[in-house]
Design a protein around this ligand. Structure first.
Ligand code: MG
Ligand code: ZN
Length: 213
């Protein structure tokens, strides 16, 4: 019975996601669904991305958060359009939430929308919001076992950002086995090592975005 309910929710979600995607395609906007655990560094990565690209590419951000606008306030400092979605405790964004959020954006003036999903390695991967691609941020401090423990999110993502790479030497994170596991789960996955502290890898990530537009 529960499985039936979930199926109905997902097919309704997929319908709205397709409408969103069609609108984004018509407006020639590339949309990234940025996912990862709380504290993995999604907002920090976004801030560095905006600092590097906002003069070249017209970017807007949709911020998913359980209750607060803390991340959206950080993004606002970069003077790009930002829409806050509070899920009131909901653990992922869905297509209907994104559909409502884009009503307050001027879609004709945008090249790129980055949607920062709710911090969670599980269900954000199950809900298409109409994005062109999903990207997952995994930080070194979370442990190298996460790809095998949460395979769906890595399978669904075009890119895994291995963030906080500057902390590698302070942890027992095994970079080789993490890379192997990621490639086993998703053979074509692009892996980019970044540090939002010293900005290593941010150029490579921004280049990937520009090549994807
Ligand atoms: Mg955040
Ligand atoms: Zn959820």
């Amino acid at each position: 019975m529960k499985i039936e309910v979930m199926k109905n929710i997902l097919s309704e979600n997929d319908k709205i996601a397709e409408e969103n995607r069609k609108l984004f395609n018509d407006k020639k906007i590339f949309v990234i669904n940025l996912m990862g655990s709380p504290g993995s560094g999604k907002t920090s990565l976004l801030e560095l991305t905006l600092a590097k690209l906002k003069d070249e590419i017209k970017i807007a951000v949709i911020e998913g958060d359980l209750f607060t606008a803390k991340d959206a306030e950080r993004i606002e400092n970069h003077n790009v359009p930002v829409v806050q979605i509070n899920t009131a405790g909901g653990c992922h964004l869905d297509a209907a939430m994104v559909k409502r959020a884009i009503e307050s954006l001027d879609l004709d003036s945008l090249d790129l929308i980055i949607v920062e999903n709710v911090g969670n390695l599980v269900c954000p991967a199950e809900f298409d919001v109409g994005e062109n691609c999903k990207v997952v941020v995994l930080s070194i401090t979370e442990g190298d076992d996460k790809p095998l423990k949460y395979p769906l999110i890595f399978k669904e993502s075009a890119v895994t950002i291995l963030n906080k790479i500057d902390l590698l030497k302070f942890t027992n994170f095994n970079l080789n086995s993490a890379r192997e596991d990621l490639t086993t789960i998703h053979p074509n996955i692009k892996i980019i090592e970044t540090s939002c502290t010293n900005s290593n890898g941010i150029d490579e990530w921004c280049k990937w975005i520009k090549n994807s537009l």
